[in-house]
Ligand binder design. Structure first.
Ligand code: THU
Length: 154
């Protein structure tokens, strides 16, 4: 039997965002300054808003032993899980700067989606994900489930 999976999400322009989401994306943009990316020169910034309203930032941290590095999204989530135990993740915003320094899109990689999915399941509350492509195109997913359907579970 053939089945289809449809992904629904919102696509908004910068001016259409709520002030809260704009502020979170601005924090993610700021976080690109802390990226350590001497190999890819691709600076990714993430900002995670917690249920308390607090924001935890992350950025990609690369390493000469390549697999030792970590993506921006995971540094933010792991930092939040450690520094704010038990606090639910409300919204995660992700942006990137290309090697020229211009803001560009970075849709979360599969490994980061799997980590998001696990925290979402653990907290039994949906986590929103904002993915910046340009000021004219920001994608908003109301749950990690939209980004990683049929994810690994035990
Ligand atoms: N990267 C992220 O930080 N997040 C993603 O979701 C995808 C990729 C980083 C990893 C590496 O430092 C650089 O972007 C280029 O792949």
């Amino acid at each position: 039997m053939k089945k289809e999976h449809i992904v629904s999400y919102e696509e908004l322009r910068w001016e259409e965002l709520t002030e809260q989401d704009r502020t979170l994306l601005e924090a993610a943009i700021e976080a690109t300054d802390t990226s350590h990316s001497p190999y890819s020169h691709f600076r990714v910034g993430a900002a995670l808003r917690l249920a308390s309203g607090e924001t935890v930032k992350g950025s990609n941290q690369e390493n000469i032993a390549y697999p030792s590095g970590l993506c921006a999204e995971r540094t933010a989530m792991f930092a939040a899980a450690i520094q704010h135990p038990g606090e639910a993740f409300d919204t995660l915003a992700v942006v990137a700067r290309n090697p020229e320094g211009a803001l560009c899109g970075a849709s979360p990689c599969g490994a980061c989606r799997q980590v998001m999915a696990e925290y979402e399941m653990k907290q039994q509350r949906k986590m929103r994900v904002l993915v910046f492509f340009s000021k004219g195109k920001i994608l908003i997913f109301d749950s990690v489930e939209r980004l990683l359907p049929f994810c690994f579970e035990m």
